[in-house]
Design a protein around this ligand. Sequence first.
Ligand code: GDP
Ligand code: MN
Length: 338
Amino acid sequence: AAERLLGTPVQGTGNETVFSPTDDERANATFVILCRNSDLGGTIQSLREIEDRFNRRYRYPYVLLNEEEFTEEFKKRISVLTPAKIEFGVIPREHWYQPDWIDEDKAKAGREAMEKKNIIYGGSVSYRNMCRFNSGFFFKHPLLQKYRWYWRIEPDVHFHCDINYDPFKFMEKNKKVYSFTITMYEYEATIPTMWGHVKDFVKLHPEYIAKDNSLGFMSNNGGDSYNLCHFWSNFEIADLDFWRAPAYTAFFDYLDAQGGFYYERWGDAPVHSIAAGLFASRDQIQFFDDIGYEHSPYTHCPQSSGAWAAGRCSCDQARSFDYDGYSCMRKWDDFMGK
Ligand code: GDP
Ligand code: MN
């Protein structure tokens, strides 16, 4: 019955009639949610919101990933929420846990030093596993192989506006590879040596650097140092083939071999951002102003009043993070010549 509804009118939020796309009209895309069994409540909330604001009309599938088996209870409580296809996957051990070649004494010393400095997740091994997985492995998961595009969603986030078009199709049509809603400064203490390794990689592989790249957004001195601006990767709509391509494969392998995911606390956000900034041209990176998005403690609320009204947004435009002192949005605007 669910299949028969596709391509036929369904009632929208207002007077308009909205149409669910057919398989041909949809992109080859999926939502991806990495979470634990204990994240059930937050995952239900995020999934309900993206269904209400977007996916009840589009019916894109979901892939939920976890390093442990999801419980029957978890699967039942998630599956009831949507008619869209949902797949639950276990992450292969070698994609998640700290590799044997990491010097655990050195890693432990790094964690303890960070914990002393009160750096968020500074002492956590599981957080490091997660960051490394999101950097180099999620797109290798068997359940994602059939897809070209993904939308990353986390437990406990909010979608504040109706999304009245298909962002996946937008990405595809406009040849985008990466997108964001929030950009900010990284904690330098989590990545003290990362930029040095990035520079070494660029020297080794100048052939991977895109012509019209975004180095000017990430560095104020022509690449000498990193200004810490990155895209907040808890929201991502992006091209899986960008991560699967030779440039990013070589980049991730090079960074991984430095051990910084464990000796320091490298986040997937700077890793993805620097890669998109170097290996894609600037016009392949999309800022979605019209997607109202909240991940505590920050919210992006559409700055265009037209988009805010058309999206029936529940967020306060005046409290959008965009022009907060900690945001890199101004820098992005300047860089893009806006
Ligand atoms: P933050 O956004 O940087 O504060 O980090 P989160 O705690 O939100 O974690 C980022 C993402 O990874 C979320 O989707 C979490 O559900 C997920 N995550 C974090 N740690 C683990 C873990 O140990 N196991 C699993 N399965 N998911 C995790
Ligand atoms: Mn989070």
